[in-house]
Design a protein around this ligand. Structure first.
Ligand code: PLP
Length: 393
């Protein structure tokens, strides 16, 4: 049975894609391999000749059937023609930069990108003679395009502060000028937003987050709308020596089976908490693109089908000690990096030090929250008691 993804809801496609076969185990088993054995030298040579082609089992580092099944499922999720799995989300962010940028090229980067992506651009891509220019995520990019502009790198909504970018407008600007557009779609996943269908060329994701979904593996994906972009990405993954753990791939493939059900709950709980927090004493602002109060809500409503569970609040205080007391008082929200797992998380954040093209001069304390799959009423009660602890004491 093959499903026509254009005729089938993505919820259904995620259940039926990347299967082992019509009979036998439902999921593709874990393949642990370095050496792949061939019958004849001719077979070995043939595999070597097409080692960068999708689905070739040649040597463990290039992927095995479980990797390829996972990549096909992510392609179905994103509406992509092909996907390359990478050892982490950051490895996915870096891969298009390495594959397509050369000395003398100019790249425009949204100022609100995930901070380690910025570190890689500054420390590694820049060192190789690429001109990296950070831009306001809401700026009109037309005046900033140069003859040497080769790529526009976006992330929507932006890390920590959730600015939403006008992906169709930026894609239209780049098209026909030889500019490759890349969007980090980790927050929404293809379930809530499909940048490739909005005209973006490459989508990167930290599958570590919602796709794995259980905070127990590192994994990334790079998906393309045009098959011509696929082989250069595979080759660059090889230059970098990327090898994806088969156990991580298995957990990613397994996570995809429940992605739709989990994301619906993250959406509902996140929005519910965001709306409630908006009216609470001690909360100055809620930064959630699904709220009508968000400055980019109209673009969000146009381009996204829903919101995941990650958003920020500005506490009504400039005193970091209050924010620390709030975070430390939460019992159900764990304190730690990353997100997208089943559990609720809290993280005090400081956007100011991680941007250069825009200024974050908001003096009030920012705290990022991840709405997990706990009972929403329990989460609300926990936030209420922590606000009382932080401000009341
Ligand atoms: C977490 C994250 C990454 C990096 O993913 P890792 O798997 O932790 O390397 C990249 N982009 C965004 C937006 C993220 O939140």
């Amino acid at each position: 049975m093959t499903l026509d993804p254009s005729q089938t809801a993505v919820d259904t496609v995620l259940i039926h894609s990347g299967r082992a076969g019509e009979t036998g185990p439902v999921n593709v088993p874990v393949h642990r391999a370095s050496t792949i054995l061939f019958e004849t030298v001719a077979d070995l040579d043939a595999a070597k000749g097409k080692r960068f082609a999708k689905g070739t089992v040649f040597y463990g580092r290039f992927g095995t059937p479980d990797t390829f099944a996972f990549e096909d499922s992510v392609s179905a999720l994103e509406g992509a023609v092909a996907t390359v799995a990478t050892p982490s989300g950051l490895a996915a962010c870096v891969l298009p930069l390495v594959a397509f940028l050369k000395p003398g090229d100019h790249v425009l980067v949204a100022d609100t990108v995930y901070e380690p992506t910025r570190t890689s651009l500054n420390a590694f891509i820049r060192r190789n003679g690429v001109e990296v220019e950070y831009v306001d995520p809401r700026a009109d990019l037309a005046p900033l395009i140069r003859d040497t502009t080769r790529m526009i790198y976006l992330e929507s909504p932006g890390s920590l502060t959730f600015e939403v970018q006008d992906l169709p407008a930026i894609a239209a600007l780049a098209r026909g000028r030889g500019i490759i557009t890349v969007c980090d779609n980790t927050w929404a996943t293809g379930y809530f937003c499909r940048p490739l269908e909005l005209g973006i060329d490459i989508v990167v994701q930290a599958a570590t987050k919602y796709i794995v979904g259980h905070s127990d593996a590192m994994l990334g994906t790079v998906s393309v709308a045009d098959a011509a972009l696929h082989q250069p990405l595979r080759e660059a993954a090889n230059w970098m020596g990327y090898a994806v753990s088969p156990d991580a791939v298995y957990l990613g493939a397994r996570g995809l089976r429940t992605l739709a059900a989990r994301l619906k709950q993250h959406h509902a709980t996140g929005l519910d908490l965001a709306r409630w927090l908006e009216g609470q004493a001690g909360i100055a602002r809620v930064l959630h693109p699904g709220l009508p109060s968000h400055p980019d809500h109209a673009i969000f409503a146009r381009d996204f089908r829903g919101a995941s569970g990650l958003f920020s609040v500005l506490l009504d205080t400039t005193d970091r000690a209050v924010a620390v007391r709030f975070a430390d008082s939460l019992r159900l929200f764990g304190l730690g990096f990353s997100w997208g797992g089943f559990e609720s998380l809290v993280l005090p954040g400081d956007p100011a030090h991680a941007r250069t093209a825009t200024r974050w001069d908001e003096p009030r304390q920012l705290v990022r929250l991840h709405a997990g799959l706990e009972d929403p009423e329990d989460l609300r009660a926990d936030l209420a008691q922590a606000l009382t602890q932080a401000f009341g004491a």
